[in-house]
Write a protein that binds this ligand. Structure first.
Ligand code: IPD
Length: 263
C-alpha cells in the first residue's frame, strides 16, 4: 500500500546517500581498487563489495521480508523485491572517472514502483515513485522537448555481452541519421540524464535488471517512453533497453530495429 511504499521511498533515498558516501570514500583515493575481474573488462572493486554489504544489511534490518537482488550478490525475486546495482559504471569508478551511480529499484509483482539513481560526484539524487513523477534533488524533471532526430543526443551503451558488429552497425545508422552519439559508461546514470532532459535517449542491446530498473522508471515518470524491462525468473537475464523522449520515439525505434549499415 501507499504507506509502505512511502516508507520504502524515504528509506531508499537515505540508503542511496549512505551508499554514495561509501563509494566516495574510495573514489580517486589512489591504489588499485580492483578485487576480481568477472570477465574481460568487467571489474568488481572493494567499493562495490562495501556498498553491496551496506545495502543488503540495511534492507535486511528494516524490511526483512523483502527480496533482494544485487549485481554483486545475486539473490532472489519475491513479490516485493529490491533490485540494486551498488555501483553502476564500475569501470569508470575504478579509473577515477566521474560517471557512475548507485541504482536502487523497489519492485512489486515484477514492476518497479520506486527508482533511485544517485550520482555522488555531482551530488544529484534522481528519484521516481510510479504515478508521482520524477525529481532531481527535489525539483521535477521532464524529458527533453526534442522532436527532430537530427538534433538528438543518443547514448548507446556497449559491453562485450552483445555482438560487436551489431553495435558498430547501430552507431553507423545513428550517425547517418544525424544523431549525436554518446557513451558515458553507466546505464543507470545515462537513463537519469534522459529523464532530466540533458540527452534524448539511451539504448543498449544487453543489460541486466539491476542496471536499469530504477533508471527506466525515472524516464517513464519524466514523460519519456521505454520498451520496459520484465523482471522474471531469477532476474539474471540480459535484455535490450530502449528509453527516449517521445518526440523522437518512432524514428529512433526504426533505427534501432533496422539491421546492418546504411552505407
Ligand atoms: C555496466 C554499465 C555500462 C553498460 C554495461 C554495464 P556495471 O554496468 O552500466 O554502462 O554499458 O553493459 O554492465 O558493470 O558497471 O555495473
Amino acid at each position: 500500500n501507499e504507506i509502505e511504499l512511502a516508507q520504502r521511498f524515504d528509506f531508499a533515498v537515505a540508503l542511496a546517500r549512505q551508499a554514495g558516501a561509501v563509494a566516495m570514500h574510495y573514489f580517486r583515493k589512489g591504489g588499485d581498487l580492483r578485487t576480481v575481474e568477472k570477465g574481460p573488462q568487467d571489474l568488481v572493486t572493494i567499493a562495490d563489495h562495501d556498498v553491496d554489504c551496506l545495502i543488503r544489511h540495511s534492507i535486511g534490518e528494516h524490511f526483512p521480508d523483502d527480496g533482494i537482488l544485487t549485481e554483486e550478490s545475486g539473490g532472489k525475486i519475491a513479490q516485493a523485491t529490491w533490485v540494486i546495482d551498488p555501483i553502476d559504471g564500475t569501470g569508470n569508478f575504478a579509473r577515477g572517472i566521474a560517471s557512475f551511480a548507485i541504482s536502487i529499484a523497489f519492485c512489486v509483482g515484477g514492476i518497479a514502483r520506486i527508482g533511485i539513481v544517485f550520482d555522488p560526484v555531482a551530488d544529484e539524487m534522481f528519484t521516481a515513485w510510479r504515478g508521482h513523477g520524477a525529481f532531481c534533488n527535489g525539483a521535477p524533471m521532464h524529458v527533453s522537448a526534442t522532436q527532430d532526430i537530427r538534433q538528438a543526443a543518443v547514448e548507446a551503451g556497449y559491453s562485450r555481452k552483445a555482438p560487436l558488429a551489431d553495435y558498430l552497425a547501430l552507431l553507423d545508422r545513428l550517425l547517418d541519421a544525424g544523431c549525436e552519439f554518446m557513451q558515458f559508461g553507466s546505464a543507470a546514470r545515462g537513463l537519469a540524464q534522459v529523464a532530466s532532459g540533458r540527452i534524448d535517449a539511451y539504448v543498449e542491446a544487453h543489460l541486466f535488471a539491476w542496471d536499469v530498473l530504477a533508471g527506466l522508471l525515472l524516464v517513464e515518470e519524466a514523460g519519456g517512453c521505454t520498451t520496459g524491462f520484465p523482471l522474471v525468473g531469477d532476474g539474471q537475464h540480459g535484455l535490450a533497453v530502449f528509453a527516449c523522449t517521445p518526440g523522437i520515439g518512432a524514428p529512433l525505434r526504426a533505427i534501432v530495429d533496422a539491421r546492418g549499415k546504411t552505407r
